[in-house]
Ligand binder design. Structure first.
Ligand code: UDP
Length: 254
């Protein structure tokens, strides 16, 4: 779709409101408008709040990373950022899976396995969670995932491989930002040709990002864990990520 045609899409019929984004229909059946909100939730929405400027940071950071991944051959739903908190995306049918990649132990991996926070994993770990708020997004086994027909065995293999490739690209990108990519969550969708596209967002809401210049376990945190665990300076951390990501993305060789 041409830039001129994208700029003519003004319709704002709401399709769905999620915890961090609102999805609108446009005049083009294959294009949706996503508006990023400042609203923040954690622990399956038991904790709620606002992070001022988060919508703008997450939209801008996601757009920059999707663009950068596209130059590395990764197909994403991203089309164009149309405002500080808005982007146009290709309409996809989202798979009800949260695909998590981990390079360093943190969060639920530590809680559920006893691995110490910060332990570097011998190789990246890919995990599948059931995207289902009512069930609390449980960790899936391969057999459960297939039992529930959440993906075909071929799609599962494709998702795993694609996630490992994306992890390599993102690690390289964030390294240039002087940031360690601890872990992150991806969502994927199928377009009208049943092509698998990376969807949703890639932002400090969905990644754990540690400042490489800091060793202090609290000060190094530049992501939503500042909000989850009341570490303070939440907005400043989000702005830090925005600045560093844009600097690397704009340097052209990101
Ligand atoms: N994550 C996410 N949405 C979720 C759950 C996790 O974006 O609903 C991200 C989270 O920010 C982290 C990674 O996925 O970067 C792994 O999260 P984990 O399983 O450790 O869960 P948490 O500790 O956040 O409950």
């Amino acid at each position: 779709m041409t830039a001129a045609r994208l700029s003519q899409l003004h319709m704002m019929t709401q399709l769905y409101e999620g915890k961090a984004k609102i999805l609108y229909q446009t005049e083009a059946p294959d294009v949706l408008r996503t508006v990023f909100k400042d609203d923040a939730t954690a622990f399956n929405a038991q904790k709620r709040g606002q992070i001022i400027g988060k919508g703008e940071v997450n939209c801008t950071v996601s757009a920059a990373i999707f663009r950068w991944l596209a130059t590395r051959g990764i197909a994403t739903h991203f089309l164009e950022q149309t405002a500080p908190t808005e982007m146009l995306v290709r309409a996809v049918k989202i798979l009800p899976l949260e695909v998590v990649a981990r390079n360093i132990a943190a969060g639920s991996l530590c809680k559920q396995t006893g691995l110490p926070l910060g332990q570097v994993l011998p190789e990246p770990l890919v995990e599948f969670y059931y995207k289902n708020d009512a069930l609390g997004d449980p960790l899936l086994t391969r057999d459960r995932l297939l039992l529930l027909e959440l993906a075909t065995p071929e799609q599962l293999e494709q998702l795993r491989n694609l996630t490992l490739v994306i992890n390599r690209h993102l690690r390289e990108f964030f390294e240039q930002c002087e940031i360690t990519l601890v872990d992150f969550k991806l969502e994927f969708g199928l377009d009208s040709d049943a092509q698998l596209l990376l969807a949703d967002e890639i932002s400090p809401d969905t990644c754990r990002l540690w400042d490489r210049a800091e060793t202090d376990p609290q000060r190094r945190v530049l992501d939503k864990d500042r909000f989850r665990h009341d570490l303070g300076h939440v907005e400043a951390a989000y702005q830090q990520i925005r600045e560093r990501v844009l600097a690397v993305a704009q340097s052209g060789d990101g």
